[in-house]
Ligand binder design. Structure first.
Ligand SMILES: *Cc1c(COP(=O)(O)O)cnc(C)c1O
Length: 362
């Protein structure tokens, strides 16, 4: 950290491009000028005063990570994964997913010229598969469920020596995710929020953000680490439960419509529990109805169109007020992890019909 601190100074950062590669000293990669033009990160922070009143806090900011190239936070991890794979000499990168991890891998595979093989379960939603195919990925529909797609992906990576982009086994991806924490610290500086709010599925995202915030404190960019609130869906909350009991529930039965955080067997749960504990933080759970209400409120009161898993963080702010964790003086920043445009089908179900009107008579 001493070496990093002497080159990654505030004035050095001021002269660097607005991508997350500006923090390359803290990333597990060799500086690479071509890849450093891939636009990822440095997403805006939006002041959302009307949404703050809706939630019952004095101040609420939104870090809009839906403005990444493939419209989700996962681009932070995939960009680092693809660059690391290229620098390791890998000829192919692979993952098993139907969600944002897959679309961002396909997108950055295309940007880096690295072929991407993506294993999707039989029942993967068509619109998500379409995004993968549009980025030119080699998409393999496995006649089975997600677990079977994952197992096949792992076996094929072992067999062919492909680079495996999966946060469950790849320790480099969390380094990409941490750049969101680095940015929150750099962008807010001496106006750091009291709380940072993050939705949680597998647990890698929240752990990465905390790691970034802690490193920025170690480097002296900020004088403290904000407390971190993890938000899970009440129908799918194994990590929130582990935070209370210290252990992951053996078999978690449940469901949430927020597909990106619908993770019954989270692989990064230990990190996610420890990271929140380290900041003297907390976990809350929100129902699907609360998530839908938060989606509509973030859209109408802040102009931010969040996918359900991203809106869960906004719902979590209001829930934290209800539980007495936050109050009307609280100052929070919620991370908007993905765009609502990704899944229009679920949006259509929760909005009203437009008013039918006649055109002017000619
Ligand atoms: C993946 C994802 C999350 C949660 O990240 P984990 O690392 O799985 O905890 C939250 N929101 C969106 C939109 C995601 O794609």
């Amino acid at each position: 950290m001493d070496a990093v601190g002497s080159s990654m100074t505030r004035s050095a950062l001021a002269g660097r491009a607005l991508h997350h590669w500006r923090f390359h000293e803290l990333l597990p990669i060799e500086p690479d000028s071509a890849a450093f033009a891939w636009p990822v990160g440095c997403t805006p922070i939006i002041e959302a005063a009307r949404l703050a009143s809706w939630a019952g806090v004095s101040r609420l900011r939104l870090k809009d990570d839906s403005r990444n190239p493939t419209a989700s936070f996962k681009d932070r991890a995939s960009s680092v994964g693809v660059l690391h794979a290229l620098q390791q000499g890998a000829g192919t990168i692979a993952c098993a997913s139907t969600g944002n991890a897959a679309s961002s891998l396909a997108g950055f595979g295309a940007m880096g010229g690295l072929p991407a093989v993506i294993f999707v379960p039989e029942r993967a939603p068509e619109p998500k598969v379409a995004q993968l195919l549009m980025f030119g990925a080699d998409v393999r529909r496995v006649r089975g469920n997600y677990a079977q797609a994952y197992d096949l992906c792992t076996a094929e990576c072992d067999r062919y020596g492909w680079y495996n982009r999966n946060c469950a086994i790849n320790p480099f991806l969390i380094e990409g995710k941490k750049t969101c924490g680095l940015e929150i610290a750099e962008q807010t500086g001496c106006d750091l929020p009291e709380w940072v709010v993050v939705s949680v599925g597998d647990g890698c995202t929240i752990a990465g953000i905390v790691k970034g915030l802690v490193q920025m404190q170690e480097l002296g960019f900020v004088d403290r680490v904000p407390r971190v609130l993890g938000v899970q869906a009440s129908g799918m909350a194994p990590i929130a439960e582990a935070f209370k009991t210290g252990d992951l529930p053996r078999e978690y039965e449940g469901k949430t419509f927020a597909d990106s955080i619908d993770v019954p067997v989270p692989r990064n749960w230990r990190k996610a529990v420890a990271a929140v504990g380290e900041t003297d933080g907390a976990y809350v759970c929100v129902s699907d109805a609360q998530i839908m209400e938060a989606m509509k409120s973030a859209g109408a009161l802040a102009g931010v169109f969040a996918e359900p898993a991203a809106a869960a963080a906004v719902a979590g702010v209001k829930q934290a007020v209800a539980e007495g964790i936050f109050d009307e003086r609280s100052d929070a920043l919620a991370v908007i992890t993905g765009s609502g445009l990704k899944d229009i089908a679920s949006v259509i179900r929760i909005v009203d019909e437009p008013a039918e009107v006649d055109p002017l008579e000619s």
